[in-house]
Design a protein around this ligand. Sequence first.
Ligand SMILES: O=C(O)CCC(=O)C(=O)O
Ligand SMILES: [Fe+2]
Length: 301
Amino acid sequence: MDEPRTPAANDAARIHATPSAAPIGAQVHGVDLALPLGDAAFERILDLFHRHAVIVLRGQRLTPAQLVAFSARFGPLDVHHMTEHVFPELPQVRVLSNAKQKDGSTAGITRGGMHWHSDLSYKPVTALATLLYGLECPAEGADTEFASTTAAWAALPEEAKARLAGLTAVHDRNFRYSALYPNRAPLTPEQVAGVPPAVHPLVVEHPATRQPALFVAKDVVSHVVGMDAAPSRVLIDELEAFITRPEFVHVHRWQAGDLVVWDNRCLLHRATPYAFDRDVRTLWRTQVKGSAPRAPAIASA
Ligand SMILES: O=C(O)CCC(=O)C(=O)O
Ligand SMILES: [Fe+2]
């Protein structure tokens, strides 16, 4: 149920978190984003975001403008390169929804992100945070799963760290697009050319926490630079399988009113299926711009 709406909401000293059992994920208490949020309260939330990588604020009642205002506290917002299903007056907010409209089309983007990924990893400048606000959430399925790339890196044997440090990999939105999105129109040559591949370190350093993390996903990374195709594919597939082991994964089960903020710099995430033809799922989404991923100064640290 909702947090009690007491005058103490947004008092920095009372904002606290209940961590999940996984290395990432925490529910944050004491925040009501419909009320004013001072700088000290936001600093507290930012600290919890850096500590837990996925923070969940339950029982929120937000307008699109309030979602944008809170999102923009984390940094400048992105307007996604796929421009359909945004609010015309507020293009920073994208609608994810399978709700059917009168003309038979859906009210939002459907079936997105059902493979492990980090948002915009295929761009030179990747996404810092993504905020997803649940308006209508099915009782079964439609979870969002998060895997800690920091915890996975830390758990690797030293010889694997030494082998991986210094490698770079090619992230390519076009690599498996048609296989991942069989329900969408194929990309036009202009769309393909508009999002060319980007090369990033395989091990990245978090700009705020300085913690090293793996940066790879099998359906987005086409190859490791300088490796032959076959061993490169084996390595990429193995690394994703390792990162997404159950001990590194936090599963978010949605309730209407949940606002989830995740840090794309230290985790992979994916959407999971639900009874698409029976249940309605509607969320609003914003995305905070990041920076070009960088390798740690000592990549095996
Ligand atoms: O729908 C979801 O659960 C997550 C979709 C996703 O990957 C995203 O919004 O970035
Ligand atoms: Fe995503």
